[in-house]
Design a protein around this ligand. Structure first.
Ligand code: KG4
Ligand code: ZN
Length: 342
């Protein structure tokens, strides 16, 4: 079965073709970062319009790359939610219109399920069960993943997501969007320990996070005045260290609390090199397994949606229907998803 996957929940148009016997056949991605950078963050209306522009050329591109044509598509998976309503509507309406035209089923996928299952697309996939640290611009969650649709939320952020803390602090420092890579770059020349920021909820004895206080602490430091570029780099270095310290400590605590030994990281912040280094050190020190999927699988992409769609379609008890209507779910609880046996 060949599944076309379409992702348009935020500021990336992702399209991919996944084959249940041959694996990922092709994928294409257009990031809108350059467009939103100008405004210091994602502008929802511009995001929707850009998805409209990109989605069909990208679909043609993956078909060409895979040496396939539309008639080879057996099903279409698309991100139904959560995300920006207008952006979701673009992928959802194209997916359903194509499915109707090709007379194939369409299946709406939960964006976070896509992230949680994406490590299984890697060359060295983790077996179930595992703990997933999902760290993106919108989410900071620790999840126990026992199988498809078997997700247990272990911890969540009470306010800002980790990516948001990077992005908002970067703005305060006059750096561009997205803030994570900009802070990471500046942090390289920073001197550790020159400034001190809090490690929020490090000792809270639960698996929740809170990052909004860090942004306030950065604001206070900036307002007090940063003498020069070196002082800015010191602050970036400390901010990155503070966020990473909390993410690593809570991930290890989640492994301990669940008795599991496998940790998977996903989401845009998992591209952060300091996070990867610190988790690699923890792996060496404590004998846990840490899976670092390729950055292209960590950030938003069409492959994870095609893959999750293929798994759900294969497990469906009734033959999936060709759609005659559709909707989006800008808010969608992950635990509302049905589990798949096996
Ligand atoms: O998963 P993602 O691409 O999009 C969603 O939010 O769904 O994540 C984007 C987030 C942004 O907040 C960005 O600043 C952050 O990931 N990010 C990073 C790095 N690369 C991207 N944060 C820290 N270090 C990085 N190298
Ligand atoms: Zn995402």
């Amino acid at each position: 079965m060949i599944v076309l996957g379409i992702e348009t929940s935020c500021d990336e148009t992702g399209v991919a073709l996944y084959c249940t016997t041959r694996g990922l056949l092709a994928q294409a991605l257009h990031s809108q970062v350059a467009m939103h950078e100008h405004y210091g963050g994602v502008v929802p209306e511009l995001a929707s319009r850009d998805h409209v522009r990109r989605i069909l050329p990208l679909t043609q591109q993956v078909l060409d790359e895979a040496g396939a044509n539309r008639a080879d598509i057996d099903a279409i998976a698309y991100t139904e939610g959560p995300g920006l309503a207008g952006a979701l509507l673009v992928g959802t309406s194209v997916a359903n219109a194509l499915a109707m035209a090709l007379n194939v089923p369409a299946i709406g996928i939960h964006h976070l399920e896509g992230h949680l299952l994406s490590p299984l697309l890697a060359d060295d996939p983790p077996p179930f069960p595992f703990v997933a640290l999902l760290v993106s611009g919108g989410h900071t969650q620790l999840m126990q993943v026992d199988g498809v649709g078997r997700y247990r939320l272990l911890g969540d952020t009470l306010d800002d997501a980790a990516g948001e803390a990077f992005d908002k602090s970067a703005k305060l420092l006059g750096l561009g969007y997205p803030g994570g890579p900009a802070i990471a770059r500046l942090a390289q020349s920073g001197r550790p320990g020159r400034v001190r920021l809090p490690r929020p909820m490090l000792h809270s004895n639960d698996l929740d996070f809170s990052f909004s206080g860090l942004k306030t602490a950065v604001l206070t430091t900036v307002k007090r005045g940063l003498a020069d570029e070196a002082a800015r780099a010191d602050l970036a270095c400390e901010l990155q260290a503070a966020i990473v310290d909390v993410l690593v400590a809570k991930s290890l605590a989640a492994l301990e609390a669940t008795g599991l030994t496998r940790l998977v990281i996903a989401g845009g912040v998992s591209a952060n090199l300091r996070l990867r280094e610190q988790l690699a050190q923890a792996r060496a020190a404590s004998g846990i397994d840490v899976y670092f999927p390729a950055p292209a699988l960590c950030t938003d992409n069409g492959a994870m949606i095609a893959f999750a769609g293929a798994l759900r379609l294969a497990a469906a008890s009734a033959a999936p229907a060709v759609p005659d209507a559709f909707s989006v779910r800008p808010r969608w609880a992950l635990d509302a998803l049905p589990a798949i046996d096996g």
